[in-house]
Ligand binder design. Structure first.
Ligand code: NOJ
Ligand code: CA
Length: 686
């Protein structure tokens, strides 16, 4: 009996020991160590691993070489402990996607979405035991991830103080960036510095690493959240900083909630960045249904005249938005195939210092010398539409209550496109707090992100497309809301009228690989009068470069920005603006270096005609281009708008050589660009 008892006791001891050994194994099984996944082509690899103090870190390799070193994930809250330590990386799930979707308008009709999805759970240890899902998507040309907060992960209302997301680049190199959080919003000249000298930057920020690899960091699907800036912590280590809120937490949302995607595009060359569809692919499909009422096209407008001081926005001797003036612009548009006529300065509010937001605009009443009803009818009879304008002076407290009535008026008049504007210092957005008092918000914080989408949704109900100036940056939401047709969000043409300094010759080849990675820009090219204006400024490009910008800087709406008389004085060059289209079947960036030059070819969405645009910085250069985008062996009439023999943005900007020749698909061309010059070509199949 005693012997039996001893044997049972020993057995129990062995069982207890086995259990003790097994428990830590089970615990460790929850945290399976590094988790990785690869892009469809196998070249990019993302790894998630635990670091010291149980911090979760993500990293990226390309062809086995580290591009993003282990970088922290996490979130800072105002009313709970932060979420960034004592974390187990659990529950990895990998799936792959390969689908194609169609754009209602865009740089290309069909977009392929091929990626590997890796989802993991960040499980907190200890008392709180909160959980965040992290969703990664690996494309062949980049990596993206976002956080997802679910109620069963312990989340209710989220009061977010900031993100603890980091992006540490493994190598130094060159960065092109504009400062984040400064008074002039996104309207700065791009800095070109070492990556290790960036301060606080807006995104997209574009980098060329010392190894030659090109990287662009941005975000996708910015909805109900604050925009992300990047602050350099040390070396090449960056941290996400959310744009501030006027009061309290930077972001307040309720779970379930997904943050915007944090994106890292990776390519061998600059062209690879510009050819990527990753940002669009990360956005949700169209939620508006039939959007045939969103019409790409070209427009002219009562606009440049104000910027060069020929007209005024406010009433008086030089008022731009008069009946007579508008009729003349409508006639000009109708005669030359433009679909829209923008008229600024048509409504009360422009008197005095309108840009301080103090004299609120009226969006349903026109100045007495602007017969909005009659002019809309006059335009309609000629197959043209007025393009509406809502300058808010960043006073959304005044704008939001008028939105519904303002869009109803435009819809009734057949106006299907509205340019909005938010002139005012960053952090100077007047908004109404829930208690009715006025607060001041930033241009890209959560409140303005909500506002812009509210405007776009309200406009959609009235079948109106929105082109926002002084906007929040583009993050690809045009896929979900195809009536968000364009925006500004960088230094556009207006700076050549009055900017100090005006845009230098390297501005547009910089924009092409920075701002343009985020989406269409209403840059408003096409200034033909390249002489000094009344402000003492001038446009620092050649005439051919002005034409090339229509192809290089993508927008489904393109303005012919100059005064009609400037076009009437140069009908031969104007022919290109009349011929160029704004909606594409396919687009290809053929070559380029950030801030130096770029060549782009695009095929008309509705024909076999191709267009090419090439631009350079202040240096003259010859760019070899193989016409392999044209159908092989097929013959085309190439209508060439090149810089004249002695053209130079500084000394001889208007010299242009217009010629026509027959070329074949597959043939080689050499494009000669003058200092600050460009070249535009239309290829018509014979
Ligand atoms: C700034 C815009 O970018 C410009 O196009 C517009 O003319 C002025 N604001 C006035 O609204
Ligand atoms: Ca502007």
């Amino acid at each position: 009996m005693a012997a039996l008892q001893t044997r049972v006791f020993r057995l129990l001891l062995i069982l207890a020991a086995a259990l003790l050994c097994w428990l830590p194994v089970a615990a460790a099984a929850q945290s399976p160590g590094p988790v990785s996944a690869r892009s469809p082509d196998g070249r990019l690899e993302v790894t998630l691993a635990s670091r010291e103090m149980g911090r979760a870190a993500w990293s990226v390799k390309r062809d086995g070489r580290v591009v993003v070193s282990p970088s922290q994930l996490g979130i800072l809250l105002t009313d709970q402990p932060k979420f960034d330590r004592d974390i187990d990386i659990t529950n990895p799930r990998v799936t792959s996607v390969d689908s194609t979707w169609e754009q209602p308008w865009g740089e290309r009709r069909f977009v392929r979405d091929r990626h590997t999805a890796l989802n993991v759970t960040l499980q907190e240890r200890g008392n709180a035991r909160r959980r965040i899902e992290v969703e990664f998507r690996l494309f062949d040309d980049g990596v993206a991830f976002r956080y997802r907060f679910a109620p069963d992960g312990g989340w209710g209302r989220l009061n977010i103080a900031d993100e603890l997301t980091e992006i540490s680049l493994a190598e130094n190199g060159t960065a092109w960036w504009i400062p984040g959080g400064e008074w002039n919003r996104y309207e700065y000249l791009y800095n070109r510095t070492a990556i290790s000298e960036v301060a606080q930057a807006h995104t997209p920020i574009t980098m060329k690493l010392d190894s030659g690899l090109h990287v662009a960091i941005h975000e996708a699907a910015l909805v109900n959240y604050s925009a992300m800036w990047l602050r350099r912590v040390s070396g090449q280590q960056f941290k996400a900083v959310l744009s501030p809120a006027p009061d309290g937490p930077k972001v307040v949302v309720d779970a379930p909630f997904s943050t915007p995607w944090r994106t890292v595009q990776i390519a061998d060359d600059a062209a690879g960045l510009a050819n990527s569809d990753m940002i669009l692919n990360l956005n949700e499909p169209n939620v508006l249904g039939d959007v045939s009422w969103v019409r790409p096209g070209k427009y002219v407008g009562i606009w440049w005249g104000m910027h060069i001081n020929r007209f005024t926005w406010s009433p008086g001797d030089r008022h731009g938005a008069t009946d007579a003036n508008t009729r003349a612009y409508i006639d000009f548009a109708a005669a030359n195939g433009f679909s829209g006529v923008l008229v600024e300065g048509w409504n009360p509010g422009w008197e005095g210092d309108w840009y301080t937001g103090g004299s609120p605009f009226d969006f349903t009443r026109a100045y007495p010398d602007f017969d909005i009803e009659g002019l809309s009818a006059y335009a309609r009879e000629r197959g043209v539409r007025l393009v509406g304008h809502h300058e808010t002076a960043a006073n959304i407290a005044n704008y939001e209550p008028q939105l519904e009535a303002a869009f109803s008026l435009y819809q009734r008049l057949g106006i299907d496109q509205v340019k909005t504007g938010y002139v005012g210092d960053f952090f100077g957005v007047r908004y109404t707090r829930p208690d009715g008092t006025i607060g001041f918000a930033t241009h890209d914080g959560q409140r303005m992100v909500q506002h812009h989408l509210h405007v776009v949704r309200t406009a959609a109900r009235h079948r109106i497309a929105i082109n926002a100036h002084e906007p929040v940056k583009d993050t690809g939401l045009r896929r979900t809301y195809p009536n968000w047709i364009a925006r500004e969000g960088a230094r556009g043409m207006e700076y050549n009228a009055w900017g100090t300094p005006p845009n230098p010759p390297d501005h547009e080849p910089t924009l092409a690989f920075t701002r343009m990675l985020s989406g269409p820009m209403d840059f408003t090219p096409g200034i033909f009068d390249l002489a000094r204006n009344d402000n003492g400024n001038r446009v620092k490009t050649t005439l051919a470069k002005q034409l090339a910008l229509y192809v290089v800087l993508y927008s489904p709406i393109q303005m012919a920005a100059d005064l009609p008389e400037s076009y009437e004085a140069n009908p031969a060059a104007f022919q290109f603006i009349k011929d160029v289209v704004t909606d594409w079947h396919e687009s290809r960036v053929i070559n380029g270096e950030v801030g130096e030059y770029i060549t782009v070819a695009r095929r008309d969405r509705n024909s076999e005609t191709w267009f090419l645009g090439a631009i350079t910085d202040q240096r003259a250069r010859t760019l070899p281009v193989r016409l392999d985008f044209l159908e092989s062996g097929r013959r085309y009439r190439a209508e060439i708008y090149a810089d004249g023999p002695r053209a130079d943005w500084d000394t001889n900007p208007s010299a242009i050589a217009i010629s026509s020749r027959v070329v074949s698909g597959g043939q080689n061309l050499r494009l000669r660009l003058a200092p600050g010059g460009g070249q535009a070509i239309r290829f018509v199949p014979i």
